[in-house]
Design a protein around this ligand. Structure first.
Ligand SMILES: NC(=O)c1ccc[n+]([C@@H]2O[C@H](COP(=O)([O-])OP(=O)(O)OC[C@H]3O[C@@H](n4cnc5c(N)ncnc54)[C@H](O)[C@@H]3O)[C@@H](O)[C@H]2O)c1
Ligand SMILES: CC(=O)N[C@@H]1[C@@H](OP(=O)(O)OP(=O)(O)OC[C@H]2O[C@@H](n3ccc(=O)[nH]c3=O)[C@H](O)[C@@H]2O)O[C@H](CO)[C@@H](O)[C@@H]1O
Length: 494
């Protein structure tokens, strides 16, 4: 970036003065808390929440302007904060709301800073290609109404290189302005967890990456006021994109390391959890090991995707510069393959246990417990239970699915026939095998004898994918036990 350009932009920022009016595009799990936190900061005067008036989400505009959150689930403090900043609570903002939601994108021209928190799903979970269409539409809208001296920040999770590449090109094309000279451009990824959105935005350190130092500085002015505990961590836009995708890639890698070791422990006939206790006992400066937990697989919206954003980024930004053999998968892709193998391993454990009682998958009645990808959650996005379900059906089994949290009406991608029910007894009744995929609290206090009575056979099978069943209790209760990592118990005498 040439210094003249940066100087010009710095002067534009100084002429405009401090950021006072902010636009947030995309009223979702990220955009809504982000917008109302900006609105609640005394440093800012006005915040617009831009939401396209689409069939699926246009309803949010009216709800938000009525002071009501359109988000599902408990979000501590969010309802009150929306009511406060819209003035609906009759408080300091009544009559002159600091936050208003609108589909009038022309108001972007009034903003000193505009952030984009638009969804970036993968078009098809199988081909792992991100669908940036909604984001591109949002970026185009910003470009259309962009004025000199405005700061634009992408908050969505994106492939490294997107901010300084595609986003910059579209903004310049639509506005006729030049990034880093006429307007600021940065990436500030979101690290929120549903259920603690406000807390995470306030307390997590905030990665802020501009396409140059002047843009980074302006972006720090935007995010500083909403941080209570978190610190600002400035860097380049591409480094910020890599940070976001890498932090989830690393978590997926750590889980894969535990899964691979669990498979080894099963093969060697030892208890993974003894080994984990041993490894975890190494504490102290520079020697601590972060060993996570093996399980039935890795689901969710973050860890199943962000590795491929990172891989795509390095392929796009440095294909010739990357010193790595073409024919060897990266450690990160191998980690994804290990985690994606775990549902197959659960099937193999089920098959081997059924075999022990003279049964095969064909005609076997399987009670699949836990459709959500996370313990005690209703979130079923990319659940590892789904590939298990499909493979078991393909092998000729009859599978009944229980989950006390997931709403079958709204859960994504539920296969035809996988009627998720909350009637646990109905799922267990007559089952040859009980297979646990989520560690819901409902599954932690079973009485094996009661479950066996419901199953109605002499030696039902229990396959524990989340380490919630005590092997000895179930074996002495007459079950054929299998558990991830339990090489010391798997294959016990019946
Ligand atoms: N949800 C999380 O916990 C979380 C955590 C970290 C990062 N992220 C990332 O943040 C981004 C947003 O995720 P989210 O969960 O808030 O998505 P979301 O689907 O909840 O919200 C996106 C909103 O943007 C709106 N929208 C889409 N296209 C638009 C357009 N062109 N103009 C205006 N509005 C538009 C949608 O209607 C929707 O209301 C994604 O990239 C996601 O990966 C999400
Ligand atoms: C903002 C953001 O992007 N946040 C991410 C989000 O990730 P998430 O919502 O996807 O939840 P995760 O906890 O990562 O679980 C994912 C899957 O991995 C399985 N799993 C987990 C741990 C383990 O030891 N063994 C496992 O097998 C588990 O069953 C589930 O299927 O929150 C995490 C903090 O909770 C963050 O760190 C992570 O950046």
């Amino acid at each position: 970036m040439n210094t003249n350009a940066s100087t010009k932009l710095q002067q534009l920022f100084e002429t405009r003065g401090a950021i006072k009016t902010i636009g947030v595009i995309g009223m979702g799990y990220v955009g809504i808390p982000a917008a109302v936190l900006f609105a609640d900061a005394p440093e800012f005067d006005q915040v617009y929440g831009f939401q396209r008036d689409s069939k699926s989400s246009g309803y949010k505009i009216g709800m938000l302007n009525a002071g009501v959150s359109p988000l599902k689930g408990e979000e501590p403090g969010l309802e009150d904060l929306i009511a406060k900043v819209t003035g609906i609570d009759g408080g300091e903002n009544s009559g002159k709301p600091k936050f208003t939601c609108t589909s009038d994108f022309a108001k972007i021209a009034e903003c000193d800073a505009v952030t984009l928190a638009i969804q970036t799903p993968f078009a098809n979970p199988k081909d792992l290609i991100p669908n940036f269409t909604p984001l591109i539409e949002g970026i185009r809208n910003v470009g259309r109404y962009l004025t000199p001296g405005t700061l634009v920040v992408l908050e969505s999770t994106i492939t490294p290189g997107t901010t300084a590449g595609m986003a910059r090109e579209i903004l310049e094309e639509e506005s006729g302005l030049v990034a880093g000279e006429d307007f600021g451009l940065a990436h500030a990824p979101e690290r929120v967890m549903v259920g603690r959105l406000l807390k995470n935005i306030r307390e997590h350190d905030r990665i802020v990456g501009g396409i140059d130092a002047v843009c980074t500085g302006r972006a720090c002015e935007l995010y500083g006021p909403v941080l209570t505990k978190g610190a600002l961590i400035p860097m380049s836009a591409t480094a910020a994109e890599v940070t976001k995708t890498a932090e989830n890639t690393f978590r997926d890698l750590q889980i894969a390391a535990a899964n691979q070791l669990a498979l080894y422990c099963e093969a060697m006939g030892i208890n993974f959890y003894d080994v984990r206790t041993g490894v975890d006992s190494l504490k102290g400066e520079g020697i601590t090991r972060a060993i996570l937990w093996p399980g039935a697989g890795v689901g969710g919206h973050c860890l199943t995707k962000d590795t491929y954003h990172l891989e795509r980024g390095v392929q796009q930004l440095g294909p010739d510069a990357l010193d790595w053999p073409d024919d060897i998968a990266s450690l990160y892709v191998s980690s994804r393959q290990i985690n994606d193998f775990m549902p197959s391993h659960m099937l193999h454990l089920t098959e081997s246990a059924l075999q022990q009682i003279g049964k095969t998958m064909t005609g076997a009645k399987i009670a699949l417990l836990g459709w959500a990808f996370l313990n005690d959650s209703d979130d079923a996005r990319n659940t590892p239970a789904e590939p298990f379900y499909q493979a078991a059906i393909a092998a000729g089994a009859e599978v009944r699915v229980h989950d006390p949290w997931v709403d079958p009406e709204t859960a994504p991608d539920v296969p035809d026939g996988a009627d998720i029910t909350r009637d646990l007894e109905a799922v267990l009744r007559g089952a040859d095998a009980v297979v646990i995929f989520a560690g819901h609290k409902e599954y932690r206090n079973f009485v094996p004898a009661e479950v066996k009575t419901l199953c109605g056979c002499s030696h039902p099978v229990i396959v524990d994918g989340r380490n919630v069943a005590d092997p000895d209790e179930w074996i002495s209760g007459g079950f054929v036990y299998r558990g991830i990592g339990r090489g010391d118990k798997n294959g016990h005498a019946v």
